[in-house]
Write a protein that binds this ligand. Sequence first.
Ligand SMILES: NC(=O)c1ccc[n+]([C@@H]2O[C@H](COP(=O)([O-])OP(=O)(O)OC[C@H]3O[C@@H](n4cnc5c(N)ncnc54)[C@H](O)[C@@H]3O)[C@@H](O)[C@H]2O)c1
Length: 383
Amino acid sequence: MSDVAESRTSLDASARTVTVPLGTRAYDVLVGPRLLSDAGWLTATRLGAAKCAVVTDENVARHHLGALETALKQEGLHAGSIILKPGEATKCFSELATLCERLLELGIERGDLVVAFGGGVIGDLAGFAAAILRRGVRFVQIPTTLLAQVDSSVGGKTGIDTPQGKNLIGAFHQPGLVIADTDTLKTLPEREMRAGYAEVAKYGLLGDAPFFAWLEASWKAVFAFEAEALAKAIETSVKAKAGIVGRDETEQGERALLNLGHTFGHAFEAWCGYSQRLLHGEAIAIGMCLAFRFSEALGECAPGTAERVVAHFAAVGLPTRIGDIPAEKPDVAGLMRLMGQDKKVRHGKLTFILAHAIGEAFIAHDVAPERVSEFLDSEIAGA
Ligand SMILES: NC(=O)c1ccc[n+]([C@@H]2O[C@H](COP(=O)([O-])OP(=O)(O)OC[C@H]3O[C@@H](n4cnc5c(N)ncnc54)[C@H](O)[C@@H]3O)[C@@H](O)[C@H]2O)c1
């Protein structure tokens, strides 16, 4: 065996592999350091030789595109790279249209691959483009934010935002492979790292109390990029998501638990115009604190539970209250309107993810809007 082949074999073995169990559409999520430089080989060995069109944003391109292009070129896979503006605003119809046309210009055909290389914005947009291009082409996720590595790159939800709300246009389209190189996180701004951490904590809060307790003890090691801690945090999160997606791919039931904190959170993001004032993960952090406080207010969980959640997020440096949002105070009617646009609305009643305890989230259908507005009133008054 050549030296290169040998080092690749050991590298592949050192990566943690989580399989998303979807039958004939099952795919691997590879988690570990130094994966990017072998991305071409990892892709070719799993998905066969195919032309790859890389979709990325300017920030990711600046730090990491050279390494990915080299890796793809080594295997003769690189068809071209499309570099988009960073930020949530890119997840829109006009960018989608341009992206699809540029992918066609690169000659991407049914057997080829779109490579989504970036955070959740690029993953959602490029994944959706792959879902509709030529009625569906395959795609690979190479997530470069913590949020994308633990959440958005896995599970096949793709889509864009509209002025009416987030992610209201989209498709389920599973990737063929996810390559989460933990080294790429080292160039991520700390604020983005913290925002992604909110989604890591979400898995503990929704279904894994020991994991949440471990995070309370180990979060500093995760932020210090200690290899074992970082890999454990990401792998545990991906395993949790893969399990849920495997049981409920299209969110007929259990998958909704992943929306813990999202009904409130999406409304806050919309309130801030999807701007840098409030990142997705920050909105979700506040949303999760509210979901626990709301659970307490409804008598669903023991007093003091929300305080533990708030204490952990505050220690990490995440916002926990409506008052932490750097915008004018929202009004209840405005927030209720924005929550009404959320996909979690059925016959005028809201579906919320509430909790009986840390690690015991449940889906509450038919939450009366009056209870929600009463609760939000008190939250805003105390903000
Ligand atoms: N599909 C899903 O299941 C799912 C789940 C959760 C969130 N999302 C979506 O994900 C999006 C948020 O994703 P995000 O938080 O990754 O945001 P993002 O994609 O906007 O990335 C955050 C910022 O970090 C920069 N960046 C990315 N990787 C970098 C790196 N390695 N080094 C330096 N800078 C880097 C980006 O350019 C951007 O400025 C939202 O649109 C949300 O709706 C989707």
